[in-house]
Each structure stands twice: as structure tokens, then as C-alpha cells.
Design a protein around this ligand. Structure first.
Ligand code: FE
Ligand code: FE
Ligand code: ZN
Length: 291
């Protein structure tokens, strides 16, 4: 059954010479109708000036192909950690780069920025919550945009924050602008954090009860190399991991998740991107062994 409200895409790169124009072309080559990108390298905060990134050309191609810019997603660099204040310089740097990243997202046109909530390190969950709240309040007071931050559900490695809906609720309830923050649900991460992804109805019931389903801004659709509860965070190609195709296909086509951008972050296989095949499998709702 064709689903008119399915926004399905993947992570795409952004590199020279075409930068954003190249990102849009890459997404279109996979027959994606949305995508996610980093405005520079994921691991660092070195960022090229916006004038060099062919943003207008990319946006023109988005429009030409009828994509909905509001479903396109930006991911903030991993190294931002606003969940502890052990090192004041790191905390200040995190806020500064987050502010910059929100403003860059706005300049590209999308309205959603995915952010890892960070690690409290040795300071405890309550301190983690307070640090995140303080940073988000400061940043969202200054940025002057309407971009929303989607805090990502994490696998629960070490002292990672973002491991329960209640924790997100506590964060959001303490914000001055709660309407600016929502959640990115990552199927690999929640599996590794001991959620049963094969029972998405119960997960969404709990999400709705604790946070309200309107807080769900993005879904990251990944299979996982590890069993439920492993707290690892290693993504696998769709249908080749512990979740399997049928479970993930139900997520993608779940009636309560339609309209929410679904983004694949599965690994390259033998040097090649898997996304065209994976998107096609979900559109056809049937698994094809391609590896
Ligand atoms: Fe992420
Ligand atoms: Fe993710
Ligand atoms: Zn991950």
C-alpha cells in the first residue's frame, strides 16, 4: 500500500566542490525524499563559511524536486557535550558551537537539529539534566531562530544521558522554551538501551504518555550489531542485524509515525552506500538479500 506521508531518507555527505548541492544530489540519487547532513565534519567543529557551501543551489534543487525542506534534518557535531560542567572551557565551547550550529541549520533552511544529549561523566544524572537545561536555556535565548533541537535517544554507554523518556521529560519541563525541543528516536540506540523495538506500539504508548507524541521530531532507522540491552551503539544494515527487516519495516510504516522524517544511518558495505537498496526495500515493503 502506497503511503503518501512517508518521508524516508538517509545521512548524506557534504563535501567539495559541490557541498550542499552535492548533498541534495546524493539524496536524490538514492530516491530519498528527505535526508540528514552535518554542516561540516561530524567529529569536529571546524566549519567552512556558509558562502562557500552552495546553499542557494542546493535549495533550488530541493524545490525543483518537490522535497519538503521542513523534513530535512541537520546533525550537530558529536563533540558537543553540554551534560557536565567539569571543565568550564568544554561546557562554554559546547554552548558556543551549539549556537553556531543552530544558526547554520537555519541558514541552510531545515528546521530540525539533532543533538546528542552528552555524558554526565562522573557527576550523576541530576547534574547532567541541570547542565543540559542551563545550556539549552542560554542558547535558545540567543539564537533568534525557530529551529527545533531533537535530543537523541542514546544506547546508554558509560554515563551517556538520553536513556529514558522520563529523563527527556524532566529536561524539557525545565526549559524556558520547551516548544523548541523534541526527541530523535534511534532504533539501534533504543534496542541497545533495552527497549523492545518489535513492540513499537508499547514504546509509542509510553512516549505519548510521558512526552506526548508531538515531541517526536525524527526517527533514525538503523539495524544493530548487538542484542537488546547491550549498551553498545553499533549500527548494522537493514535486515542484517538483531532487529531485522520486518521489525524495522513496521517502524517505517507505523501509522502513528507518518509525516516524521525517517533517516537511515546504516554503514557502508564494501565501500558502497547501502541507502538506495535500503530505501527501495522499505518502499516495496520486502527484504532483498543484497550483501
Ligand atoms: Fe546521532
Ligand atoms: Fe542516530
Ligand atoms: Zn549510533
Amino acid at each position: 500500500m502506497a503511503n503518501e506521508n512517508l518521508y524516508l531518507g538517509c545521512h548524506v555527505s557534504m563535501s567539495g566542490p559541490d557541498y550542499y548541492l552535492g548533498s541534495v544530489k546524493e539524496a536524490l540519487s538514492y530516491e530519498a525524499n528527505t535526508f540528514m547532513f552535518y554542516t561540516g565534519a561530524p567529529q569536529n567543529t571546524i566549519r567552512l563559511p556558509l558562502e562557500r557551501l552552495k546553499i542557494a543551489e542546493g535549495r533550488a534543487l530541493i524545490k525543483e524536486n518537490g522535497l519538503d525542506e521542513s523534513k530535512i534534518v541537520v546533525h550537530a557535531p558529536y563533540i558537543i557535550n553540554i551534560a557536565n560542567q567539569l571543565n568550564v572551557d568544554n561546557y562554554e565551547m559546547g554552548k558556543r558551537h551549539l549556537l553556531n550550529e543552530i544558526q547554520r541549520t537555519y541558514a541552510f533552511g531545515p528546521k530540525i537539529l539533532v543533538l546528542h544529549p552528552g555524558s554526565h561523566v562522573s557527576t550523576g544524572v541530576e547534574n547532567g539534566i541541570d547542565s543540559i537545561v542551563k545550556a539549552l536555556n542560554e542558547v535558545l535565548d540567543q539564537d533568534g531562530t525557530d529551529v527545533k533541537i531533537a535530543l537523541e535517544t542514546m544506547a546508554g554507554k558509560g554515563s551517556e544521558m538520553g536513556t529514558s523518556f522520563e529523563q527527556f521529560k524532566e529536561i524539557i519541563s525545565k526549559l524556558n522554551k520547551p516548544e523548541r525541543v523534541g526527541i530523535c528516536l534511534d532504533t539501534c540506540h533504543i534496542n541497545d538501551n533495552d527497549f523492545d523495538v518489535s513492540d513499537m506500539d508499547s514504546i509509542l504508548d509510553e512516549f505519548d504518555k510521558v512526552l506526548g507524541l508531538d515531541k517526536l521530531l525524527v526517527v533514525h532507522v538503523n539495524d544493530t550489531k548487538n542484542p537488546r540491552g547491550a549498551h553498545k551503539d553499533r549500527h548494522e544494515n537493514i535486515g542484517y542485524g538483531y532487529l531485522g527487516f520486518e521489525t524495522l519495516n513496521k517502524v517505517v510504516h507505523h501509522p502513528r509515525l507518518q509525516g516524521i522524517p525517517m533517516i537511515l544511518e546504516t554503514p557502508y558495505y564494501e565501500g558502497n552506500p547501502p541507502y538506495k537498496k535500503e530505501i527501495e526495500m522499505f518502499r516495496k515493503q520486502s527484504f532483498k538479500d543484497w550483501r
